[in-house]
Design a protein around this ligand. Structure first.
Ligand code: FMN
Length: 147
C-alpha cells in the first residue's frame, strides 16, 4: 500500500505529533500541503489529510489543497487536533473529499494545546496535549487503516 500524509501544523506542532505516529505505523512520509503536488494524488492508495482546526475548519492550506485533488477514487483519512477535540469540525474537509469521490477510510481527532486569542493570557488550555495516551490512540487508529 502506497500512502502519504499531508499535514499542516502551524500553532504548536500538535497535529504533527499525531501525523508522525500514524506515519510510523502505516509507513508513509509526512509532507506539508505546499510540498505536495496535487497532480500526483492518484499515485497513492491512501492519503492522510490533517491539521489543527481554525475557526471550525482544517487549516486553509489543507482545505485549498483538498479542492485541487483530482478525483481518482482512492482512500483518504482525515485527522486533526483542536481545542475542542470534536470530530464535527472535520465536516468541511470531509464534504470536499466525498464530493470528489474519495472513499473516507476513517477519521481521528484529539485535543491539542490551544492558545487561541485571549486563552494565551492564561497559558492556553489543554497544555501538554496530545499526551502519550492520545498518541497511542492515534497508533491504534493507524493499525486499523492498515487492516
Ligand atoms: C486562530 C486560531 C483559531 C482556532 N480555532 C479553533 C476552533 O475553531 N475550534 C477548536 O476546537 N480549536 C481551535 N483552535 C485551536 C487549535 O485547533 C489547536 O491549538 C490545535 O491543536 C493546533 O494544532 P497545531 O499545533 O498542529 O497547529 C484555534 C487556534 C487558533 C490559534
Amino acid at each position: 500500500m502506497k500512502a502519504i500524509i499531508i499535514c499542516e501544523s502551524v500553532s504548536h506542532g500538535n497535529t504533527l505529533k499525531v501525523a508522525n505516529a500514524i506515519a510510523e505505523v502505516i509507513g508513509a512520509n509526512v509532507v506539508k500541503p505546499a510540498e505536495f503536488d496535487a497532480g500526483t494524488a492518484c499515485d497513492y492508495d491512501l492519503i492522510g489529510l490533517g491539521s489543527g482546526i481554525y475557526y471550525g475548519k482544517h487549516h486553509k492550506s489543507l482545505m485549498e489543497l483538498a479542492e485541487k485533488l483530482p478525483n481518482c477514487r482512492k482512500s483518504v483519512f482525515i485527522f486533526s487536533t483542536s481545542g475542542k477535540g470534536a470530530i464535527s469540525q472535520h465536516r468541511h474537509l470531509s464534504d470536499i473529499i466525498s464530493r470528489k469521490g474519495y472513499r473516507n477510510a476513517g477519521e481521528f481527532t484529539c485535543k491539542g494545546w490551544d492558545t487561541w486569542g485571549p486563552l494565551k493570557y492564561i497559558g492556553g488550555i489543554n497544555r501538554g496535549l496530545p499526551n502519550d495516551a492520545m498518541i497511542e490512540r492515534a497508533r491504534e487508529f493507524a493499525r486499523g487503516l492498515k487492516a
